[in-house]
Design a binder for this molecule. Structure first.
Ligand SMILES: [Zn+2]
Length: 263
């Protein structure tokens, strides 16, 4: 079975080593020291390196260091997509692609002491249940309860092994889920897949801002005498199609970036 896992954070660290099959893992982020306590597969020497690369090499899996969006969403083409992300925007994107292409996917969400999981392989979708991108979950909440993370991941793994959705699992309770007749996705409207790329993206629970832009990666590599598909210079993580900047707010991030690009 070909499986794609989106996200190598808290839930990804628990789920990914337990999977069997042809696995590809995706993540856009870097290992930070302050998150090490909940990223059980990572150690101090992994700090400042891309999560996908570390976990991919450790578990001998295919990996991609990318920020999943409408333009690269085809990477999800598989027999099962596992959501180990930390944000609703990505889940809505996964949902649209998987519903359109008829690919089963499983939602895994943990915040604070709340855990939820739901396998989508029936006639309802994520959008039938959740309609708001903002508000439901906030990743700025300090800490996640590792017991609930483990419980939620175990239920998710059970659902994956049976591939028969029992509905929404929320903190130990099973809730029946029904199709929403007015759901745009179930009615064939795939708004997110049509695409709109934000120029600046603030990362969940971190002090990094992502800039999506048309800068010259090869030129920057030459300037800083770097090799490979990504590199780090001070507060900048430079990837092929985006730059992450450490900053206290958006204004500072923009200022730092303009100096960096303009050097
Ligand atoms: Zn729906």
């Amino acid at each position: 079975m070909k499986i794609v896992v989106v996200g190598c954070g808290t839930t990804g660290n628990l789920i990914i080593p337990k999977l069997k099959g042809d696995i590809t893992i995706i993540d856009r982020d870097i290992v930070e020291e302050k998150n090490l306590n909940r990223l059980i597969q990572f150690t101090k020497k992994d700090i400042e390196k891309p999560k996908a690369e570390i976990l991919g090499k450790k578990c001998k899996l295919k990996y991609k260091i990318i920020d999943l969006d409408y333009s690269n969403v085809k990477i999800l083409k598989s027999d099962l997509v596992i959501d180990c992300t930390d944000n609703m925007e990505t889940r809505f994107l996964i949902n649209e692609y998987c519903i359109k292409k008829n690919i089963p996917w499983i939602y895994i969400g943990v915040i604070g002491n709340q855990g939820r999981t739901l396998l989508f392989n029936q006639d309802f979708c994520f959008r039938c249940i959740f309609s708001e991108v903002k508000g439901l979950e906030t990743c700025e909440t300090a800490g996640v309860d590792m017991n609930i993370v483990e419980k939620t991941c175990n239920v998710a793994l059970e659902e994956i092994s049976k591939m028969k959705s029992r509905g929404l699992w929320a903190n130990g309770e099973w809730i029946k889920v029904r199709k929403n007749k007015n759901c745009p996705v179930c009615n064939g409207k795939f708004e997110i897949l049509k695409g709109k790329r934000e120029k600046i993206v603030k990362y969940c629970g971190s002090s990094r801002y992502q800039f999506n832009g048309n800068y010259d990666f090869e030129l920057l590599k030459k300037r800083f005498k770097k090799k490979g598909d990504w590199f780090v210079v001070d507060d900048f993580y430079v990837f092929r199609e985006r730059i992450l900047v450490k900053a206290k707010d958006e204004k500072e991030a923009k200022l730092k970036l303009s100096k960096f690009i303009g050097v």
